[in-house]
Design a binder for this molecule. Structure first.
Ligand code: SF4
Ligand code: SF4
Length: 91
C-alpha cells in the first residue's frame, strides 16, 4: 500500500455539546461516542473525514480537521479589528 492514509482530528467544544447523539448516529464509521453526556472520538483512526458530524451538529460543537494540513490564514472578516484604521497599526 503506497497511499498514505489521512488522519483527522476531532475538536469538540464540550461546553456547546448537549449530548444529543445526532453526530454519533450520523457517523458512517462509528467513530464517535458519548461519555458523561459529551461526544468524543472513540475511534479516531476510523474517521474518513466526511464531516457529516460537523454538518449535522445543531450546536456547532464538533469540528473535523485533517492532521498535517496547515489552516490557511484567517479570511474571516470577524477576526479583523475594523475599529483600528490600518495606519494606526504602525504607531
Ligand atoms: S467526519 Fe465522518 S467519519 Fe469522521 S467522525 Fe465525523 S461523521 Fe464520522
Ligand atoms: S450533534 Fe453536536 S451537540 Fe449533539 S452530541 Fe454531537 S457534538 Fe454534541
Amino acid at each position: 500500500m503506497s497511499e498514505q492514509k489521512k488522519s483527522f482530528e476531532h475538536i469538540v467544544r464540550e461546553r456547546w455539546c448537549k449530548g444529543c447523539n445526532i453526530c454519533v448516529a450520523f457517523c458512517p464509521k462509528q467513530v464517535l461516542a458519548l461519555r458523561n453526556g459529551k461526544v468524543y472520538a472513540a475511534h479516531p483512526e476510523l474517521c474518513i473525514g466526511c464531516r457529516l458530524c460537523e454538518i449535522r451538529c445543531p450546536d456547532f460543537a464538533i469540528e473535523i480537521h485533517e492532521k498535517g494540513v496547515q489552516k490557511p490564514e484567517s479570511q474571516d472578516a470577524s477576526d479583523v479589528d475594523h475599529t483600528i484604521p490600518p495606519e494606526a497599526k504602525h504607531a
